[in-house]
Design a protein around this ligand. Structure first.
Ligand code: C2E
Ligand code: MG
Ligand code: MG
Ligand code: MG
Length: 279
């Protein structure tokens, strides 16, 4: 009987794996076409100041508007895009489009908001990356200090010397830089201070654990660490008023999360942004 159960389990797993392989193959094939057909859209999620409640900026989050699958979330295609190298083209498009949107909000009188863009490992390692950033700013006319590049810990820690060099170039251009998902990688504290960072974004897993003694201790430690290095702190994935209030008490600077707003298309956010700019 145990043997039967084992066999069933193997069958079950292989059926599931088969589905995963199928989906991956489907995604890989149509991702290439999606780049050519520009089937990507950006949604934007505001980041708000925890003391004033005003919107400081937005983060651009890519979605794939697939003709049959509908809106595909990044978790389902970014890993494939990374593996195939397609992330370079997708990332270039995201960078340019996000900068263009930031500029449109200025020109249409909505307001000046910083726009954060997620940068993948492959993009960050390209020797031409800083030049590409400079070009996107020049073409769109977005002021450099309104662009915020989000890089994960693992990417900067994998090759610290390269990261320091690229970040120095980016700093010279005048853009802002943040570490995304902070706390989930393996940051060496002695290296962290070598980077000219503006923000640490506290990973949402820590925010979800707030309210427990160890969860609170983690968030408190990250806030203290960031501030001692002169970085601003942004909490990700804030869903409850209790989390917001607690983060404010801990001295965290900004928050992002469903409590304030889900990521939305640019036009859907306009009223909210304009209201904040007027304050
Ligand atoms: P991320 O950069 O850490 O973005 C935050 C993710 O948390 C977003 O998921 C956002 O929708 C979600 N989120 C925001 N507030 C809440 C909340 O209150 N609760 C919960 N449960 N989730 C919340 P999304 O849009 O699915 O993006 C997932 C990840 O995909 C991003 O994580 C980022 O690593 C990657 N990604 C998104 N857009 C791009 C892009 O243009 N380029 C690259 N390279 N990666 C991207
Ligand atoms: Mg991010
Ligand atoms: Mg994050
Ligand atoms: Mg992430």
């Amino acid at each position: 009987q145990a043997k039967d159960a084992g066999r069933n389990q193997i069958k079950f797993f292989s059926a599931e794996m088969n589905e995963q392989v199928k989906e991956r193959t489907l995604i890989e094939h149509s991702l290439r076409a999606a780049v050519v057909r520009s089937q990507f859209v950006l949604h934007y999620q505001p980041s708000v100041c925890l003391t004033s409640g005003t919107v400081k900026g937005v983060e651009a989050l890519v979605r794939w508007n697939h003709p049959e699958l509908g809106m595909v979330p990044p978790a389902r295609f970014i890993p494939v895009a990374e593996d195939t190298g397609l992330i370079v083209d997708i990332g270039s498009w995201v960078l340019r489009e996000a900068c263009a949107q930031g500029r449109r909000w200025i020109d249409s009188g909505v307001g000046r908001f910083s726009v954060a863009v997620n940068v993948s490992a492959r993009q960050f390692r390209r020797p031409s990356f800083a030049a590409e950033v400079r070009e996107a700013l020049r073409e769109t006319g977005l002021p450099a200090d309104l662009l915020d590049l989000e890089i994960t810990e693992s990417v900067v820690m994998a090759d610290v010397q390269q990261a320091v060099e690229v970040m120095a170039e980016l700093k010279e251009i005048g853009v802002r830089m943040s570490i995304d998902d902070f706390g989930t990688g393996y940051s060496s504290l002695s290296y962290l201070r070598l980077f000219p960072l503006d923000y640490l974004k506290i990973d949402q897993s820590f925010i979800a654990e707030m309210g427990t003694p160890s969860g609170d201790a983690m968030v408190r430690s990250i806030v203290m660490l960031g501030h001692s290095l002169d970085f601003g702190l942004i909490a990700e994935g804030v869903e409850t008023a209790a989390q917001r209030d607690h983060l404010r008490d801990l001295g965290c600077d900004q928050m992002q999360g469903y409590l304030f707003s889900r990521p939305q298309p640019a036009d859907a956010l306009e009223a909210l942004l304009a209201a904040s700019a007027g304050r």
